[in-house]
Design a protein around this ligand. Structure first.
Ligand code: FE2
Length: 423
């Protein structure tokens, strides 16, 4: 496959790229725009970038909103209750059908790399078994990492720890946790020590739903980071949500950031989900309920954005579009300067790849897998501002999807009227 007239991020020249046997073998600057030749893909000056990364989603729960009951209060905790009513209805066929639909939606929107949490507080482990099987079946289309996630508590749910270990033996890639939902602070702390212990024992990554609450006293992040630092595995560890950090006082945060930087752990924020679920116990002023994305980013700590849910008991909207998540995230986190805009795609591409520990096989460079997306725009800013559609997604040199952009035709009358007003 040869692609001409492609624009790359942070480069002014157009480029020609060659993919052979599924790998980028040549990338050259062009002096001028080239005419399309036979068998060549003409990018027409559009932005070619590495595929989007969805680092935090719950595929096992996707598309279940309202089954059997809707989350009426909008709180995280009612979401967990509604999900516990849906869980007994899970079957392999049910999970497969919804995961296929959701993965298709993600692929259509430029995602090729997914980390999904799967609830293992279910004695049948049907979701976990099904996702592990589908991870292997779908690998030509998408990379999937499966997190063994103890939704109802690693230590508070009956046999939670045993189920977690069983999930690791079945093949989960990542160990999850939910310390703020354990019955006591002590149990939450113990669970954080346990995830690090298991990560070393089973040689797995870690991704914890950590401090997903507005409580400024929820401080399990410091335990997770300190354990990761002590065992030298920080880059393999991720703290998701950490919304309590939005309520920490600045003096504590100043001290905390020193530990976070030293530990090298990664962060994932889910802006649409957290804005919706958090602040629910406030009257006014209402908290935004997000972690300190801007400050983490400026401190050089790796942080990326994710959707979390698509139409599930916690969040009944969602459409697979990470550009929508990015748009929300930049607004909510006050990341609206030009420098923020011009590097904004990092939050849903490179930073996500780093979190998933797949940097070595990610990016547009000779020797890397021939994976890319073509976006309707010329740089980060224009794609963000116009919510540029994903025009094409290519994996190992093979096309996964193509989209024809919508074409708008103005009436002559309207056009003439606008011209007159402009004159
Ligand atoms: Fe989540």
């Amino acid at each position: 496959m040869k692609i001409i007239n492609a624009r790359l991020r942070h480069k002014s020249e157009l480029h020609t790229l060659t993919i052979e046997n599924g790998v980028f073998t040549d990338i050259q600057e062009q002096g001028e725009r080239l005419p399309a030749g036979d068998g060549q893909l003409d990018a027409q000056g559009k932005l070619l970038c590495a595929p989007f990364v969805e680092p935090h989603i719950h595929l096992d729960a996707a598309l279940t909103a309202g089954e059997p009951n809707w989350n009426q209060s909008g709180t995280l905790f009612e979401g967990i209750e509604r999900w516990s009513e849906r869980k007994p209805m899970l079957t392999e066929q049910d999970v497969r059908q919804r995961v296929n639909q959701t993965v298709e939606l993600l692929i259509q929107n430029g995602v090729q790399h997914i980390r999904t949490h799967v609830d293992i507080t279910d004695p049948s482990l049907v979701g976990l078994r099904t996702l592990c099987a589908m991870r292997d079946e779908l690998k030509e289309q998408v990379d999937i990492q499966v997190v063994a996630f103890p939704q109802e508590g690693m230590l508070s749910y009956p046999r939670g720890l045993a189920l977690l270990e069983e999930a690791l033996k079945i093949g989960a890639d990542v160990i999850g946790g939910i310390p703020h939902f354990e019955y006591t602070r002590e149990m939450g702390e113990t669970s954080m020590k346990k995830v690090i212990e298991l990560a070393i024992q089973y040689d797995r990554l870690v991704d914890v739903h950590c401090d997903e609450i507005d409580d400024p006293n929820s401080r399990f992040l410091e335990v997770l980071a300190a354990e990761a630092l002590a065992h030298g595995i920080g880059p393999r560890v991720t703290a998701s949500h950490t919304t309590a950090m939005g309520s920490y006082d600045n003096a504590y945060c100043s001290k905390l950031f020193r530990l976070l930087k030293r530990s090298g752990i990664n962060f994932i924020s889910c802006p649409t989900e957290s804005l919706h679920l958090q602040g629910r116990f406030d009257s006014y002023p209402k908290r935004r309920g997000l972690t300190r994305v801007k400050e983490l980013n400026e401190a050089g700590i790796n942080v990326c954005l994710a959707q979390d849910s698509i139409c599930d008991p916690w969040y009944s909207l969602g459409n697979g579009k990470l550009l929508r998540t990015l748009d929300f995230g930049l607004h909510i986190c006050h990341m609206m300067g030009y420098r923020d805009f011009s590097h904004s795609l990092d939050l849903i591409t490179d930073n996500g790849a780093k979190t998933l520990k797949m940097e070595e096989r990610y990016g547009i460079a000779v020797g890397k897998p021939g994976n890319f997306i073509l976006l309707d725009g010329t740089d980060d800013y224009s794609v963000l501002r116009n919510q540029g559609e994903v025009l094409m997604s290519v994996r190992h040199g093979r096309t996964l999807m193509q989209r024809t952009p919508s074409h708008v035709v103005m009436s002559t009358e309207a056009q003439n009227s606008l011209c007159e007003d402009a004159a």
